[in-house]
Ligand binder design. Structure first.
Ligand SMILES: [Zn+2]
Length: 267
């Protein structure tokens, strides 16, 4: 019984056949999907989807992209996020974090610094919200592992055990992985590990008890469907790869990662 701990089923790529996609996951033995918000709209859609399906849960949060786009923190948005986060089927705050990859070549150094500052403020606000509601956080981190680790280390002093969660789509090195685990975080892996060998070492070295599996669908489709749209039922290819890399049976990888997800999200 598998859990897809990171899906974006509210994405418009699923508009034509969302219910079929969901049906396929549960028909193939899938147990639970966590649908993760990235902005206010997608957080709201995630909550609605979760309210409609017994075995779908939601995460509400503002992705660092939100803070790249918005020049100021909108108070109204803050309140809306707080309201959504309190809904029954919300099991985490996410995805939140830091994104230091700036694809726009025309962006100035000053604009980058401003964006980083806003992202950090948004991240801190949402960590506080998660601690207040005693919810885990789902972290998006790109080219900012050092900074994310610094923030989590100092926030841990404030919130202790209330600060916990998952480093979603983990692409960092082993030394950082060990630090995140020490702080009470798990590592989420997806289809990337089926076609890139750069993360085998981290997967081999960390305890299976600290690994979650996800699709991040509709993105990051695993082999053998790379290039096509991703969907929750493909999370089994991630479980198979984890089993292969760790040298355990597929059943063991499935059971362990499912148990890890249930424990973290309290579902
Ligand atoms: Zn995502």
């Amino acid at each position: 019984m598998l859990i897809d701990t990171h899906a974006h089923l509210d994405d418009k790529q699923f508009d034509a056949d969302r219910e079929e996609v969901i049906g396929r996951f549960f028909a193939s033995g899938g147990e639970t999907i966590i649908n993760v918000g990235a902005g206010l709209g997608s957080s709201r859609r995630s909550v609605e989807l979760a309210e409609k399906h017994k075995n779908i849960f939601a995460a509400a949060g503002l992705h660092p992209h939100y803070f790249m786009k918005h020049a100021t923190w909108d108070t109204e948005h803050k309140d809306q996020l707080k309201e959504l986060a309190r809904r029954n089927k919300v099991v985490a705050i996410g995805e939140i974090g830091l994104e230091y990859y700036f694809p726009d070549e025309n962006i100035t150094e000053q604009q980058k610094e401003d964006s980083k500052k806003r992202q950090e403020e948004g991240f801190l606000f949402q960590i506080e919200l998660a601690a207040e509601l005693d919810l885990p956080i789902i972290i998006h981190c790109r080219q900012a592992y050092k900074e994310t680790l610094e923030i989590l280390t100092s926030e841990k002093k404030k919130y202790g055990g209330k600060l916990r969660g998952v480093m979603h789509s983990y692409l960092g090195r082993l030394s950082y992985a060990k630090e995140f685990i020490k702080l009470g975080f798990s590592l989420g892996f997806n289809g990337i590990i089926t076609f890139a060998r750069d993360y085998d070492k981290v997967i081999r070295e960390v305890s299976l008890e600290k690994i979650l599996i996800e699709t991040d669908c509709p993105y990051l489709t695993p082999e053998p469907y790379r290039g096509k749209r991703n969907e929750p039922s493909y999370v089994k290819f991630v479980a198979e790869k984890i089993a292969e890399i760790k040298g355990v049976s597929v059943e063991e990888a499935e059971m362990a990662t499912t148990a890890n997800a249930k424990k973290l999200f309290d579902i």
